[in-house]
Write a protein that binds this ligand. Structure first.
Ligand SMILES: *[C@@H]1O[C@H](CO)[C@@H](O)[C@H](O)[C@H]1NC(C)=O
Ligand SMILES: *[C@@H]1O[C@H](CO)[C@@H](O)[C@H](O)[C@H]1NC(C)=O
Ligand SMILES: *[C@@H]1O[C@H](CO)[C@@H](O)[C@H](O)[C@H]1NC(C)=O
Ligand SMILES: *[C@@H]1O[C@H](CO)[C@@H](O)[C@H](O)[C@H]1NC(C)=O
Ligand SMILES: *[C@@H]1O[C@H](CO)[C@@H](O)[C@H](O)[C@H]1NC(C)=O
Length: 324
């Protein structure tokens, strides 16, 4: 919160204090990347790729890229690589933009954006499943076995209200690089699948990866719209203390913020000149602040995080239950 408030304040302050005519005159615009493509690289995962602009004049400057995810959920990050994998639900389509940015040189201007999109998969409205709920259950196995525990996955859903009677749904999950299709389904009275059970899933219940689940389907009458959902498995009972670096950053940003506000107030009241007669160069300082802040913003924000409960019963065979 503090950081966000500071970022806003500093950006606003920067905008107020640095009118356009004070910006360095010698700004060179960079050229945008070329051949920006996206493709699905696994269930609920996109691979974004681009190439440096071949016409970009070779300069003695490191270049990087600013990637912005526009849909289904906004996100952005900076990278020096020319490709990036992104986990996202895909049934609503996916769109992103990328531009070339200077990596540390403020006299160069970022390029224009290039964009690409993945179209939403076809399907009639009302045919996709609703109310998908998944639970994982970790059971201890005996110690002679390679894996000391076993994770099962159970998912239930409701049939789409406009799905034809002959609709067949199929459930897949991906965890890390493993993708599996369900083999053990339950059915409703019309013999349409509405639940699935993996007795032994390739899931590491304490892992940091997303569990991606997709339910698509088929019917003779119409295209069935697929549905993706992402689940965070990191347990709520796992509250690790914040690493010291995070606290350090918070303290640093707060200090920077206070100093900045003070300097702002001083400048406004012309206190600065009274206190320090030879005016230092606050403009370059402010620019540095803006840049520091830019590098702070990290790619975050994923889709549909749902962890509802975590039960640990070490006495019993069941080690933990996740209910989404
Ligand atoms: C962009 O793609 C085109 C067509 O595939 C190819 O000929 C060209 O070499 C690519 N450009 C770069 C910089 O990779
Ligand atoms: C930034 O890039 C410009 C253009 O290449 C160059 O003239 C300038 O010296 C660079 N500045 C820094 C601080 O590297
Ligand atoms: C399904 O989800 C919707 C919206 O999330 C909710 O209003 C509805 O009650 C749910 N239906 C059932 C049967 O749980
Ligand atoms: C322990 O695991 C091994 C290998 O899966 C299995 O053959 C054995 O029956 C198990 N023993 C018990 C007591 O569960
Ligand atoms: C459902 O999704 C899986 C995984 O993405 C894909 O392999 C399969 O072809 C899809 N099936 C249908 C009927 O769309």
């Amino acid at each position: 919160m503090i950081i966000m408030a500071c970022v806003l304040l500093i950006l606003l302050g920067g905008a107020v204090i640095l009118p356009a005519d004070l910006l360095p005159d010698k700004t060179f615009s960079l050229l945008p990347p070329v051949n920006f493509t996206m493709k699905e690289a696994g269930l609920a995962q996109v691979l974004l790729r681009w190439e440096p602009n071949p016409d970009q004049e070779q300069m003695n400057v490191k270049l990087g890229y600013h990637v912005k995810i526009n849909a289904p959920q906004e996100d952005e990050f900076e990278t020096r690589s020319t490709e990036s994998k992104h986990v996202s639900i895909l049934h609503q389509g996916f769109s992103a933009s990328v531009r070339t940015i200077p990596w540390h040189n403020h006299t160069l201007r970022a390029s224009s954006w290039v964009s690409a999109e993945l179209k939403a998969p076809p399907g009639s409205p009302g045919t996709s499943i609703v109310n998908l709920t998944c639970t994982t259950n970790t059971v201890a196995t005996n110690c002679t076995h390679l894996q000391p525990y076993q994770v099962s996955l159970h998912c239930t859903w409701l049939v789409g209200k406009d799905a034809p009677e002959d609709t067949q749904y199929f459930l897949y999950y991906r965890y890390g690089s493993q993708t599996e299709e369900c083999q053990e389904y339950s059915q409703d009275t019309l013999k349409r699948k509405n639940a699935c059970w993996f007795p032994r899933a390739f899931i590491h219940s304490k892992g940091r990866d997303w569990l991606a689940v997709r339910v698509n389907g088929s019917s003779k009458h119409t295209a069935i719209k697929p549905f993706d959902q992402l689940f965070a498995l990191h347990a709520i009972g796992n509250d690790e203390p914040k690493p010291w670096t995070e606290w350090f950053l918070v303290v640093l940003m707060t200090t920077v913020c206070i100093v900045f506000i003070l300097s702002l107030v001083c400048r406004r009241c012309h206190l600065w000149t009274k206190l320090f007669p030879p005016v230092p160069a606050p403009k370059s300082n402010i620019k540095d602040f803006v840049v520091t802040v830019n590098y702070e913003k990290s790619g975050s924000g994923e889709t549909e995080i749902e962890v509802i409960s975590y039960v640990e019963e070490p006495e019993l065979e069941v080690l933990e239950d996740f209910v989404f």
